[in-house]
Design a protein around this ligand. Structure first.
Ligand SMILES: Nc1ncnc2c1ncn2[C@@H]1O[C@H](COP(=O)(O)OP(=O)(O)O)[C@@H](O)[C@H]1O
Ligand SMILES: [Mg+2]
Length: 273
């Protein structure tokens, strides 16, 4: 007799953060963060200026050492590069004689195994990464002549080329016009679906992500809550997080959080205890 077995596959955690705390000198900018992200999830990281969003991403990228707590990438076990990271600001001198392929190649060279790639294979990987962000044929394009949206997609290709489990993007939509921002969101969404890559994308405006994100992490004053939009973007949840009254307005399918005083950018880190 043949017994058919069905294997139940529940997605593994891509990221587990336990009691994470990050301090710059004596100021704690992230504190008591606990959250789990499933493999393949598209997560928006939302919050006012100075909330700690970039600090969170830099810590996940291994650029800042946590002052307390643990970060694990269970699904990336055995992978040499759990994360691909695109920082918030990337200033490119338009006169530098760099091509798109050179920028993407940095994603290989920045790692120990960079030079182990034979040239042909290296070129193929770079071209594949450019194709994933809809920039087939752009490999030899001068980097300084790329539009804002194209440059952002080249940087995403650079983060993808090392085949990471998690893609960490810090404000990839800022300073883009609506159409280019939409293209970036669509490309990242497709990459996450096609490659099963887990995405954490920081934005101060959640609206462009509403159609594609599975859940969001809302960061305010170094505290974070994770959940679906309906679970998190609620007056009672956000009042607690902000520590004062905010209003959540839903207008024509858009969401506005009103009363977000720190959005002006003067938020300082809070004192720990
Ligand atoms: N290198 C640093 N040294 C000291 N304070 C910093 C540093 N980087 C950021 N901060 C402070 O940490 C807080 C969080 O900053 P950041 O993570 O950049 O917030 P966000 O990305 O949400 O705007 C802010 O108060 C900011 O001024
Ligand atoms: Mg930031």
């Amino acid at each position: 007799m043949k017994i058919e077995q069905t294997v139940q596959t529940t997605p593994q955690a891509a990221l587990e953060i336990t009691d994470l705390g990050v301090a710059y000198e004596s100021t704690w900018v992230l504190d008591h963060i606990d959250l789990t992200v499933k493999q393949g999830e598209f997560i928006g990281i939302i919050g006012p200026n100075g909330a700690g969003k970039s600090t969170l991403l830099k810590t996940l990228a291994g650029l800042i050492r946590p002052s307390r707590g643990e970060i694990r990438f269970p699904a990336a076990r055995g992978r040499r590069h759990p994360v691909g990271y695109v920082p918030q600001r990337f200033d490119l001198d338009p006169d530098l004689p760099l091509r798109a392929r050179d920028l993407v190649g940095l994603g290989l060279d920045g790692h120990r195994w960079g030079f182990a790639w034979p040239n042909a294979q290296r070129g193929r990987k770079i071209e594949q990464a450019l194709a994933q962000v809809d920039l087939t044929g752009f490999a030899d394009h001068p980097a300084g002549k790329l539009s804002g949206g194209q440059l952002q997609r080249v940087l995403i290709a650079q983060a993808l080329v090392s085949d990471p489990e998690l893609l960490l993007l810090d404000e990839p939509l800022s300073s883009l016009d609506l159409a280019s921002a939409q293209t970036v969101v669509d490309v990242v969404h497709r990459v996450s679906q096609n490659l099963g890559v887990t995405v954490l994308l920081v934005t101060h405006d959640m609206n462009p992500l509403l159609p594609v994100m599975d859940r969001l992490i809302y960061v305010v004053n170094g505290q974070a809550v994770i959940g679906t939009v309906d679970q998190v973007v609620q007056k009672d949840v956000l009042d607690k997080l902000y520590g004062y009254d905010v209003e959540v307005l839903r207008l024509h399918g858009r969401i506005l959080v009103v009363g977000d005083e720190t959005a002006s950018g003067d938020a300082a880190g809070f004192e720990h205890r």
